[in-house]
Design a binder for this molecule. Structure first.
Ligand SMILES: [Zn+2]
Length: 289
């Protein structure tokens, strides 16, 4: 099975604003291939906070290929393989939103978060941010360069495999009781106009508001409803669980945002793919894990 680590940097707070990608393939207990590319995001708006993290400026990417062009050679490996990412919900969200924005189909994806791996195998009071774990393990890399971050993510998984005597990443996941997350994909949707979700697109979804309601299973077996609501800052998922009622992004919302349908009880997995499109707008600053 192909196993590859993935890391994105984004130009601004939107998930579909990738400006750099790094990939690192694992085989036979080592990193066997590395790739990194700059990406020209769909809009040339770079937030100061994001620039501070990765140092990429609009001028650096003005002549670079767009998301679909850069990612095309890797989509087959991403679709068929197991993806590793440090704080995977961010990178998987960027991948899905970028593909949706480019008018490409979003494939089904299988991934494992190396933050979760590190918490189980290399716990420490200082936490499991990429830089901290890498320092503890003696992995040398240049933090917040996408290629370097992907390499460090792969090395963390390799170190965890050695630590636990696991022969490969799926065996490691089984050994530490961390399930591989499966995110459901969906067909290509028509390209939407430049900028935020258009009123027309939103209106199309509003015609069937009941369709974007999902029933999720809570950890104690309770059922919660997650509904897509239109909010001043853009469409937003709201959940009926306790955290959701306090206005927090609960784990049910986070799961649906990345297409993780492990706990989806309602019979509408195909509609989860629509969310990548509707929610491409919200993301944390890259690398803030
Ligand atoms: Zn919830």
């Amino acid at each position: 099975m192909t196993v590859l680590a993935l890391d994105f940097e984004t130009a601004n707070e939107r998930r579909d604003s990738a400006c750099a990608v790094g990939l690192a393939w694992i085989a036979d207990g080592r990193v066997v291939r590395r790739e990194s590319h700059l990406i020209r995001p769909p809009e040339m708006r770079f937030s100061p906070g994001n620039i501070r993290v990765h140092g990429i400026l609009p001028a650096n990417v003005a002549d670079e290929p767009d998301f679909g062009t850069v990612m095309a050679p890797y989509l087959e490996d991403l679709r068929r393989g197991l993806i590793l990412a440090h704080n995977a919900s961010f990178d998987i969200g960027v991948l899905r939103a970028g593909l949706a924005r480019a008018g490409l189909p979003v494939p089904d994806l299988a991934y494992l978060c190396t933050v979760q791996v590190a918490r189980r195998v290399f716990p420490a009071p200082e936490g499991c941010g990429l830089g901290k774990v890498a320092r503890r393990l003696g992995i040398r890399f240049e933090h917040h360069d996408a290629g370097e971050d992907a390499f460090a993510c792969a090395e963390i998984a390799l170190a965890a495999m050695r630590e636990r005597g696991a022969r490969d990443v799926p065996a490691l996941a089984a050994e530490i009781g961390l399930p591989i997350t499966r995110a459901v994909g969906g067909p290509a949707l028509p390209r939407r106009p430049q900028g935020a979700i258009s009123g027309r697109a939103m209106a199309a979804f509003a015609q069937a508001p009941a369709a974007l309601r999902f029933t999720m299973r809570g950890s104690t077996g309770n059922r919660y409803s997650v509904v897509l609501e239109e909010q001043p800052g853009g469409p937003q998922l709201r959940c009926t669980c306790t955290a959701g009622r306090y206005g927090l992004r609960c784990r049910h919302v986070k799961a649906l945002e990345v297409g993780d349908i492990t706990d989806l009880m309602s019979d509408n997995a195909s509609e989860v793919a629509l969310l990548a499109r509707m929610l491409g707008v919200k993301a944390r600053v890259a690398g803030a894990a």
